[in-house]
Design a protein around this ligand. Sequence first.
Ligand SMILES: Nc1ncnc2c1ncn2[C@@H]1O[C@H](COP(=O)(O)OP(=O)(O)OP(=O)(O)O)[C@@H](O)[C@H]1O
Length: 345
Amino acid sequence: MRATPAIPPRAPERALLDVRDLHITVRGLHAVRGLSFSVRAGEALAVVGESGAGKSLTARAVLGLLPAGTEVRGSVRFDGREWVGAPQSAYRELRGRRTAFVPQDALSVLSPVHTVGDQLALAVRSVRHGSRAEATRAAVAALEQVGIADAGRRARAYPHEFSGGMRQRAVIAMAVINRPELIVADEPTTALDPTVQDRILHLLGDIRKETGAALLLVTHDLGTVAGQADSVLVMYACRPVESGPVTEVFEDPRTPYTAGLIASVPPARAPRGAGRRLPSIAGAPPSPSALPAGCAFAPRCPAADEICGTAPPEPVAAAAGRTAACHRLGALPVPLTRLFEESAA
Ligand SMILES: Nc1ncnc2c1ncn2[C@@H]1O[C@H](COP(=O)(O)OP(=O)(O)OP(=O)(O)O)[C@@H](O)[C@H]1O
């Protein structure tokens, strides 16, 4: 039975961030199509999917950081206020005060000509009254909070004098220094050495819990989601595929795409690539400019049927607090991850 509407109704309990039927068109490319999700105060939501799914555009749309010439339709409400169509001046007020952005590349937000401490102090003074000395003390304390040793001295260094991991720590310090209610992090560790990635992700998770901020975390790596997020939203080729609490989605994925992503996550304790060959999803996602008429995952899906070529599946309620978009819901093998383990054998 498919009685559930395609656009889920607004959450009864008011969400801090509530996105409904978001569409983003960038330079004529319809790159995000009908995305709905919400994040409650203090909650961490991970948005996961392969390259080109539309994750970064979604994260940037929330903060009004989209490139010029981008068209946004739908609704993005932060604390009940509608932001789609708001002027940039309003977004500037929101960013840094109530929300913060952690990008992939720290150098895109740190200025090369000011010391790290001065930049942090400036961030403090842009929203709080107080003396220069107080702002500098807050900057040093924030660097200590993100685990930078000898923070007083380091605050006087320039970004290029920091390692990549330290720069990303400084960006996290900058993001949390004004105690935002929402942190949006777009692949915050992708640019880093793999040995540093886990530490930075854990730092972000710990800091978020300490400050009580909500987190919207964009990642292509489902393996990082388990310890860092409460809920997950899986995207594929511009559209939502599945959403729900992380533990439930991991234990019991409802769509073949999510199952394929889970099957290819290395076992938690094994070093990456060690042991058995991990099954992966054959093929690559389609380009957003050439999506098939039906389900965009059908050409790669071991469970695809004729119905899958008819139209893109709409997300429907799959269980309490969960949605799934698949024409074959209810007619799929259990557990779904077997689909991919068998195809890799
Ligand atoms: N400034 C832009 N100009 C033109 N096309 C863009 C622009 N930004 C994104 N796109 C296109 O929109 C689609 C979605 O991009 P987005 O960056 O949101 O994907 P993603 O899921 O974050 O993938 P990745 O992990 O590779 O960043 C892609 O096809 C991308 O090429």
